[in-house]
Design a protein around this ligand. Sequence first.
Ligand code: ZN
Length: 317
Amino acid sequence: MLTDERLNMYKKKLKSIIKFSFCSILILINTISLESKVSIVTTTTNLKYIAEQIGKENVEVYSMIRGFDDPHFVMTRPDFLVKLNNADILCVVGLDLEVGWIPVLLQQSRNLKIQKGQIGYCDTSVGIKVLGEPTMMIDRSMGDMHIYGNPHYWLDPLNVIQMSSNVLATLKRVDPINSNIYENNYKEFKSRLIILIKEETKKFEPYFNSRVAVFHDQFVYLANRFKFTANLTLEERPGVPPSSRYLEQVISNMNSQNIKVILISPYHNISYAQFVSSKVPGSKILIIPESIGSFDSIKTYEECITESLKLIRDALN
Ligand SMILES: [Zn+2]
């Protein structure tokens, strides 16, 4: 026969065993759900954002570079290899934007499924209407870095819909069981982007057909979507520093065509733009947030677009 005291003791023990098992089960469930997340590595912060919109809680995304880094030139680090080795998916901008650093990393990653052409490789440029395809024979030895056309296509939100559909296709291949969730996330993001285009086009309407100069040829897609012109470049060719003779031409073009704005990204050398601006009375240099994280305040792709266009509108006023 159990005394009341012993009975109470057994009850207490039983309670703590149940409590402990419950906690263990919770921890186990959490571990499983964490492990079952699809691991995505992206080259840029904007690709990370897109992957997160399509994958939401089913994915864990890591961007190798920060928003203020130059995606053409990247100092690779050993932890990139660790991330790539464990990745289910690799997303790249493509069109050779990352040619200086991704091929070597991929080779060293020891991860078959993210190699070019494999199930986890996602080139978001597939299906994009490329602008600025070279009309003459060029090669990289001439310093030109846009030999397959202009790779800065993410600054057109319509292109981001295509990029998202490429991410969606990859996620469905890698994690088919959650296809419906990814499809719904894609539809929701696509609707947001369509609203963004409509709203921003309306705001920009008074500035249609304006002209701006740029340091590097990276704003043609933004200009094409929102109907302004951004093809006067301070660089002689993409990636090629300008000669002073060439800069004199740019200054004379800006003065004769009444171009008062120069766009530049945070990672480019501003001194050429400052020199040109000093010779064009009333001109302004605008540092454009091309990517999420360009500035601390830019936390979404939508903010990249709205802030960039706002800066340009304010300067054109
Ligand atoms: Zn470029």
